[in-house]
Design a protein around this ligand. Sequence first.
Ligand SMILES: Nc1ncnc2c1ncn2[C@@H]1O[C@H](COP(=O)(O)OP(=O)(O)OP(=O)(O)O)[C@@H](O)[C@H]1O
Ligand SMILES: [Mg+2]
Length: 264
Amino acid sequence: MGSIKIEGLSKSYVNKRAKKRDINDPEKAGQVIKVFDDINMEFEDGEMVCILGPSGCGKSTLLRIMAGFDRATTGKILIDGQETFKTSPDHVYVFQQNGLLPWMTVWQNVELGLRHIEDEAEKTETIQEYIDMVELTGFEHHYPSQLSGGMQRRAELGRALAVNPDVLYMDEPFTGLDYLTHLKIREEVINMHSFIGKTMVMVTHFIDDALIMADRIIVMNEKPARVTMERKLNFSRPRNIEKEPGLRELRDEVFMELGVSYVA
Ligand SMILES: Nc1ncnc2c1ncn2[C@@H]1O[C@H](COP(=O)(O)OP(=O)(O)OP(=O)(O)O)[C@@H](O)[C@H]1O
Ligand SMILES: [Mg+2]
């Protein structure tokens, strides 16, 4: 299952490059970089949530902590009510960059998450289905270095979707895709979500993607980041921002919240 609760989460780094004026008090000496502080969030099982915020506010850090790849400085993550610090095979993460294993082909990369399938025919069929879905048919035996940036993103998404995870964390999954592929894969992710209803948490810079895809959006501000806006999106799907005045208004609001008021 995939309900997630974040309680009082904070993350700080010690800036090792700062001058050691007061070794005993790193905060006083300006050595501590506080990325975010006292973050509280809840994600319902099956919910699709998009997190927006300026570059460097800690979105990737937050997602990494939720997925168990990094530790918070304070606070906790509860998955289905249980405090957790670890990664889980049922929780899949699509990285912002270079998530594929470079020494494995596209096929082998997709196969990685499907080792539990014992029936070889079923496994082969599933791998091929997802490779076809992300339009990499014919590139099964290519290595990541032999693919364009966009193709690598698609391979990564195919690998993540093939696992059919309880929770899918996606860190700017459409970055590097050409416009049409972006729209197409976005559609695939939306379809997959409405079909299997698994929890998805996606970090994105694309406000339109968040408005088209999410059940709820969360906006964070500059670091030390806090949640500054949170909205449920009770709009039917498929959504068209231009045809839905409520979504257009919300888009303006998000732009304002992110400090680009001239767009609104
Ligand atoms: N290893 C590190 N050491 C020190 N500070 C770090 C480290 N990693 C991240 N940070 C700090 O954490 C902040 C948040 O980084 P993060 O990658 O989470 O931001 P982001 O919101 O995902 O940005 P973007 O939108 O550009 O991907 C950075 O601004 C940086 O100051
Ligand atoms: Mg990031």
